[in-house]
Design a protein around this ligand. Structure first.
Ligand code: NAD
Length: 361
């Protein structure tokens, strides 16, 4: 793969390829932007089929983190780390500590946290080598697993999207189809059930889906059937790219609001949803609850303050829809524009601050 070509169009600041022959660690850390602050983003531990897939994933995810933090109004940039390998087979202390040393070498430009394939316990291990770790367990003074905050944010986003589409943010009596009932999706289903929403669920993990169906009374469908399910809202909470050329024509919902990162397989899919009159709440606005919660660690973590901050996703998303309406563009384009304008303003400020410093030196 031509690495510079892959990263050029997205203007990444830095990509670090790291390895540790002793533990077998192979990792790529992508720092997309530090304009608004240190690049924060979790570490994905995944058995990528090849190195190209890992690179494509990490650059996409790190750019997404920049946009997520920018729209959420956080003083953070965007970054991401991937470790190549099956976490159930190769994750151990030497490997995680070697990874911690690689993060330490970045001097705080990248701060890690958990993501798919990594846990708060792994963060304890990484923390032995570097202080640039967020999302530590509450027992260690951190904010703990970000998933409940992400799920809370998804519900706030569902209400804001419902208000936009239906003129009411009361979800009671509605039906939501949830794809993936893992840490976030499972909690989304529990929160929806608690407010009188009917849920239809699917997961490739049969154990996870049975447990949720039993505790929340959800209807279960096969993994592929979820796209044909009649529902008011479709909530993608599994892996990325589930909204694409072949799935969008099948959807039978009015709104899409879910936690998965990079739900649209391509930029064209945003237009495909508009053509089908389906209101799409941009993923990186919807799923910012986790990072908002983690960002609350900086001033000393308070759960009450974090909850208030996460609930503001409702207002942020309302602003995205308003911007879309004002400019005659789709919500995805509006969310991107809000992020890009904030970053451009900060860049200008930084440049003028530097010029001042040089002049007065
Ligand atoms: P998870 O691994 O706990 O859950 C994902 C679930 O999706 C698993 O149960 C898995 O079996 C299921 N799944 C995978 N492929 C599927 C398919 N084709 N059909 C149906 N189910 C499938 O992960 P999570 O932490 O709940 O994250 C879910 C999504 O939300 C991911 O895309 C993640 O990047 C995103 N996200 C998570 C957080 C967080 O705080 N955990 C924050 C922001 C974004």
């Amino acid at each position: 793969m031509r690495v510079f070509e892959t990263i050029r169009s997205d203007e990444h600041e830095e990509i670090l390829f790291g390895q540790d022959p002793v533990s077998g660690l192979r990792t790529i850390v992508a720092i997309h932007s530090t304009t608004l602050g240190p690049a924060l983003g979790g570490t994905r531990f995944f058995p990528y089929a090849n190195e190209d897939d890992a690179l494509v994933d990490v650059v996409r995810l790190s750019k997404g983190m920049t946009y997520k933090a920018a729209v959420a109004g956080l003083n953070l940039g965007g970054g991401k780390g991937v470790i190549i390998g099956d976490p159930s087979q190769v994750k151990n202390e030497p490997l995680l500590r070697a990874y911690g040393r690689i993060i330490e070498s970045l001097g705080g430009r990248y701060i890690t946290a958990e993501d798919v394939g990594t846990t708060t316990d792994d963060m304890i291990m990484i923390r032995r080598e570097t202080k640039h770790v967020a999302g530590m367990p509450t027992t260690h003074g951190g904010s703990g697993d970000p998933s409940p905050a992400t799920a809370r944010g998804v519900l706030a986003a569902m209400r804001a999207t419902a208000m936009q589409a239906w003129g009411t943010d009361d979800l009671a009596g509605k039906t939501v189809a949830v794809q993936g009932v893992g840490k976030v999706g499972g909690d989304v289903v529990r929160r929806l059930s608690a407010v009188g929403v009917k849920t239809v669920v699917t997961d490739v993990n049969q154990q996870a889906v049975s447990a949720i169906a039993e505790s929340c009374g959800s209807t279960v469908v096969d993994a592929d059937e979820i796209y044909d399910t009649d529902a008011d809202i479709f909530a993608p909470c599994a892996m990325g790219a589930s909204l694409n050329e072949s799935t969008i024509p099948r959807l039978r919902c009015e709104l899409i609001v879910g936690s998965a990162n990079n739900q649209l397989a391509s930029a064209d899919d945003a237009q495909r949803l508009i053509n089908r009159n389906i209101l799409y709440a941009p993923d990186f606005v919807v799923n910012a609850g986790g990072i908002i919660n983690i960002a609350e660690e900086a001033p000393g973590y308070s759960e009450d303050r974090a909850i208030l901050a996460v609930d503001r996703i409702y207002d942020t998303l309302t602003r995205v829809f308003a911007t879309a309406k004002d400019r005659g563009i789709g919500p995805s384009e509006a969310a991107n524009a809000i992020a890009e304008e904030r970053i451009a303003m900060a860049k200008q400020q930084t440049l003028s601050d530097r010029t001042q410093e040089v002049r007065s030196a």
